[in-house]
Ligand binder design. Structure first.
Ligand code: ADP
Ligand code: MG
Length: 734
C-alpha cells in the first residue's frame, strides 16, 4: 500500500478550516496601516524633510544626508511602536523571487548595553552578500560586491513573520559595485522616467500644456493554483520543480466532475480572506476574484497602480500568499503549467498611461479633440509593439511559460494585437483618409469631422471573449499583455513595454515636427503620421482565434515571428537593434543586456535540468519499482490460476497487462538512460546558449516521452499501490 500517498490524502481531507480574525474596523481604517505611507510621513517628519521626500518620490530627486537621517529616525520609531525588531532592504534579484537580509534595530554598545539604532545611511544603502545572487558574469570578472539602495517611491512596509515577529522592509534597487543593475526594479524605474519624459513631451506640444507628468499604470491579474500541503509534500515533482511531471489528466474534452469543483471550499475561502486582509494592511488594493478557470485555480486582481508600485506589490503579494497559505496548510502554485491537460496560469498585465491631471491616455472620449489624443497613444503603442514584438516575446520567455505559450489554451508565442471591431473600423477609416494635402480645410470647417475622428464611441464594447486568445489585447481603455507567465516578475515585461512605447513616442514627435516646420496644421500632421503607422503596423493586428492552426500559418505568411522556445526568444535581447534601443535610452547598457540574457538562459537550463532529474528519480524509484512489484503479484496470480487449472482464456487479459507493464517499464528504463546521457552531453558544453539549445532540443523531449509511459502505467497499476497523489486528488481541495 502506498502509505505516504494515503496518509497525505487522509490529512488533506480531514483538515479543519483555519479561522481568520476579521477586524472590527472598516477597511479604510486599516488599509495601508502596515506601510510607512504619506499620511505617516506627514505626521512624523518636519515640513522640510517631508518636502524633500515627496520631491524624491515624484521627481526622483536625491535625498540629502540630513533628510535621510530624519526619515530613518521616523521610520524606526514608527516601526518600533508596531513591535518591529528588524529591518531589511527588500529587493528583487534576477532569481525571480524577492530577497531580504534582516538586521536587528538594536546594536550593542561598548559597555555591553543594547541601543536601538537605525541611521540614514542604513536606510539609504546596504551591502548584502551579493555573491549568492545571479549576475550574469557582471561581477565575477571584477568586483564581488553589490549594493541595495532605497527606492523612496515605494513605501516601506512591515512584514509580519510566522514566529510573531515583524520586519521593516525597505523597497530597494540592487546594483553591482560597478553600477550595473542586478535586479528587476532598476530598469523599470529608468523606463518609467523615460516614458514620462516622452509622453509628457507629446502631451505638452500637441495636446495640453498643463500636464507635467505621465506615468505608466499597471494592473496585474494573478492566476494561481492551490494544493493541500500534505499532498504537495507527497509530490516530489511539485516540491522540486513547481509542476507535476507525471499524472494522468482527465481525458480531452471530458469535464472534471462538478461535485468535486463546485463552489469555493471553505478552506480556500478562509485563505483568500486572510491574504486579502494582510494585503490591504500593506496598502495593496486587492479585489479578489473567486472565479476558477480550472479546478483548484483562482485569481486575484488588484486595482491598477503606478507601474513601479504595481510590480512591487505583485512581487510582495506572491510572497504574502505563500506565507498565508502555509498558515492554512496549503501551497500556492505559481507555475505556468502545474498540471498537464488543465488550464495554465498567467499574469495579465493591464497597461495604460495616466497624466498627473487625471487623464487616461488610452481612454477614448466623447470629445473629438480628446480622441485625437487617444488615437495618438493608441496607434503609437501598436506601432511600438509591431516594431519590437520580439523583445516583448523575449521579456516573458521562461521554461515555465514555454508550456503555456502556444499550448491550446493560452495565447500563442506569436505576438499580435487584438483591438476589437470598433477600433478596427476606426483604424480602417484612418488609413483610408485621403492624403493630407488633399484635405482642404475651409474657414470654420471642423477638422475632426473632416478627419472622421469624431466617430469613436467613448465606450468600446468589451470584447473579452474573443480577445482571450490574444497575447496583447486592447480592452477598452488599456492594453492587456496576457502572455506574461504567472510566476514572472512583471517588471521585466513592463520595462520593455515602457521603453518601446517611449521610444516610439519620441520618434512620433520628430516625424510630426517635420510637417509642422513646413507650416502644416497640427491635427493634419498628427493624423498623417498616425495613418502611416497604421499602414506600417497592419501585420501585427489580428482579430481572429489566436489558438487556431490557421493563425500560425497566416502569421508566418505575414512575416511575424513565432518563437516557440525560450532560448530562441531570449537571443532577441542580443540583437544589435535591441542593444541600440536600450543603450540609447539608458535603460540597459550592453553589458547589462548580455548579463540579463545569460541569467535568463541559465535559469532556463537549471529549470529543465531539475525537471529532468526529478523525472529520472521518480520514474525509476517510484514508478518502475512500484509497477514491477504489482506485476509480480499479477504473475503470481496467473501462475496460481494455471496451477488450479483455470481455462487460459480467462487469464489471458491479465497476461496482456503483465506484458504492458514490461513494455512500459523497459521503455522508461531506456529513456531515463538516454536522457541522462543527453544531459551529460549538454552539461559538457561550455557555451551557455548552446547548452540551452541542447536542453531545449535534446533533453526536454524526454520529459514528455517518459511521462507518456508513466501515465499509461498509472492507468494499469493497482490504485492502492500508486505512490503519487493523482490529479483528481491534487485538484480536490476542500
Ligand atoms: P474586467 O477585466 O473584469 O472588466 P477591469 O477592466 O476593471 O476588469 O480590470 C482588469 C484589470 O485591469 C484590473 O487589474 C484593473 O486594475 C486593470 N486596469 C483597469 N484600468 C486600468 C488602467 N487604466 N491602467 C492599467 N490597468 C488598468
Ligand atoms: Mg483580464
Amino acid at each position: 500500500m502506498a502509505i505516504a500517498r494515503f496518509k497525505a490524502l487522509e490529512l488533506a481531507q480531514s483538515r479543519p478550516t483555519v479561522p481568520v480574525k476579521i477586524p472590527t474596523e472598516k477597511v479604510t481604517d486599516y488599509y495601508g496601516s502596515n506601510t510607512f505611507n504619506d499620511e505617516v510621513m506627514r505626521s512624523l517628519l518636519s515640513p522640510e524633510a517631508y518636502l524633500k521626500i515627496t520631491n524624491a518620490i515624484e521627481d526622483g530627486k536625491k535625498i540629502d544626508r540630513e533628510a535621510a537621517d530624519e526619515v530613518a529616525a521616523a521610520m524606526k520609531s514608527w516601526a518600533l511602536s508596531k513591535g518591529v525588531t528588524h529591518y531589511t532592504h527588500w529587493f528583487q534579484p534576477l532569481t525571480g523571487t524577492t530577497a531580504e537580509k534582516h538586521d536587528a534595530f538594536f546594536d550593542i554598545t561598548g559597555k555591553g548595553k543594547a541601543v536601538e539604532k537605525f541611521k540614514g545611511s542604513a536606510l539609504v544603502q546596504q551591502e548584502p552578500d551579493a555573491s549568492s545572487f545571479p549576475n550574469g558574469g557582471i561581477r565575477s570578472t571584477f568586483e564581488a560586491r553589490g549594493y541595495t539602495a532605497w527606492d523612496p517611491s515605494s513605501p516601506a512596509f512591515i512584514m509580519e513573520n510566522v514566529a510573531g515577529t515583524a520586519t521593516l522592509c525597505i523597497p530597494s534597487v540592487f546594483v553591482s559595485y560597478t553600477g550595473e543593475a542586478l535586479d528587476y526594479k532598476t530598469p523599470l524605474l529608468k523606463s518609467s522616467e523615460l516614458i514620462d519624459k516622452a509622453a509628457t513631451k507629446v502631451m505638452n506640444e500637441y495636446f495640453s500644456r498643463e500636464v507635467s507628468k505621465v506615468s505608466a499604470s499597471v494592473g496585474i491579474e494573478q492566476e494561481y493554483f492551490l494544493v493541500d500541503e500534505a499532498l504537495y509534500n507527497a509530490r516530489p515533482d511539485l516540491m522540486m520543480s513547481g509542476r507535476t511531471v507525471f499524472g494522468h489528466s482527465p481525458a480531452k474534452g471530458q469535464q472534471l466532475e462538478d461535485h468535486y469543483f463546485g463552489s469555493i471550499p471553505s478552506r480556500v475561502n478562509a485563505f483568500m480572506v486572510d491574504f486579502e486582509l494582510e494585503a490591504l494592511k500593506l496598502g495593496m488594493p486587492v479585489r479578489t476574484r473567486h472565479n476558477e478557470v480550472a479546478p483548484a485555480q483562482f485569481e486575484v486582481a488588484p486595482t491598477f497602480e503606478e507601474a513601479n508600485l504595481a510590480c512591487d506589490h505583485n512581487a510582495l503579494l506572491m510572497d504574502l500568499m505563500n506565507k498565508v497559505a502555509a498558515k492554512h496548510k496549503m501551497r500556492v502554485l505559481f507555475h505556468e503549467k502545474p498540471f498537464a491537460g488543465i488550464n495554465g496560469s498567467g499574469k495579465h498585465n493591464n497597461w495604460s498611461l495616466a497624466t498627473d491631471t487625471g487623464v487616461n491616455l488610452l481612454g477614448p472620449s466623447t470629445k473629438p479633440k480628446e480622441n485625437l489624443r487617444f488615437l495618438t497613444f493608441f496607434v503609437n503603442t501598436i506601432k511600438a509593439v509591431h516594431d519590437y514584438a520580439d523583445l516583448l516575446r523575449a521579456s516573458i520567455a521562461t521554461a515555465g511559460n514555454e508550456h503555456r505559450l502556444g499550448a491550446n489554451e493560452a495565447p500563442p508565442a506569436i505576438v499580435s494585437i487584438f483591438i476589437g471591431t470598433e477600433m478596427t473600423r476606426v483604424l480602417n477609416d484612418l488609413e483610408n483618409l485621403s492624403e493630407m494635402h488633399d484635405i482642404k480645410l475651409e474657414k470654420g470647417d471642423n477638422v475632426y469631422l473632416r478627419l472622421g475622428i469624431n466617430k469613436i464611441p467613448a465606450l468600446l464594447l468589451d470584447n473579452t471573449d474573443r480577445n482571450r486568445t490574444s497575447p496583447f489585447a486592447f480592452t477598452g481603455n488599456k492594453f492587456e499583455f496576457r502572455a506574461v507567465g504567472s510566476s514572472a516578475n512583471s517588471a521585466a515585461p513592463m520595462t520593455i513595454l515602457n521603453t518601446i512605447v517611449a521610444n516610439q513616442l519620441l520618434q512620433f514627435r520628430e516625424e510630426v515636427d517635420v510637417y509642422l516646420e513646413k507650416g502644416i496644421k497640427k491635427e493634419l500632421a498628427i493624423v498623417e503620421v498616425l495613418k502611416k503607422y497604421v499602414k506600417q503596423s497592419r501585420k501585427i493586428l489580428f482579430e481572429g482565434n489566436g489558438y487556431s492552426e490557421e493563425w500560425a500559418e497566416e502569421a508566418s505568411k505575414r512575416g511575424l515571428s513565432n518563437l516557440k522556445t525560450a532560448p530562441e526568444a531570449l537571443t532577441k535581447y542580443l540583437e544589435k537593434s535591441a542593444i541600440d534601443l536600450f543603450s540609447k535610452h539608458g535603460i540597459f547598457n550592453e553589458i547589462e543586456m548580455h548579463a540579463r540574457y545569460e541569467i535568463e538562459i541559465e535559469n532556463y537550463i537549471k529549470k529543465i535540468q531539475i525537471e529532468s532529474r526529478v523525472v529520472g528519480d521518480l520514474a525509476i524509484n517510484h514508478i518502475v519499482s512500484t509497477s514491477l512489484k504489482y506485476q509480480t503479484q499479477l504473475v503470481d496470480n496467473v501462475r496460481g490460476q494455471k496451477e488450479i487449472g483455470i481455462d487460459p482464456q480467462y487469464y489471458a487479459p491479465t497476461i496482456e497487462i503483465i506484458k504492458k507493464i514490461s513494455i512500459y517499464t523497459a521503455k522508461i528504463n531506456n529513456l531515463v538512460d538516454e536522457m541522462t546521457e543527453a544531459r551529460k552531453e549538454a552539461n559538457n558544453v561550455e557555451d551557455t546558449a548552446e547548452r540551452a539549445r541542447l536542453y531545449s532540443t535534446k533533453v526536454k523531449n524526454f520529459l514528455e516521452e517518459i511521462r507518456y509511459c508513466v501515465d499509461k502505467l498509472e492507468l494499469i497499476v493497482d490504485d492502492d499501490e500508486w505512490p503519487l497523489p493523482k490529479y483528481r486528488e491534487l485538484l480536490l481541495i476542500r
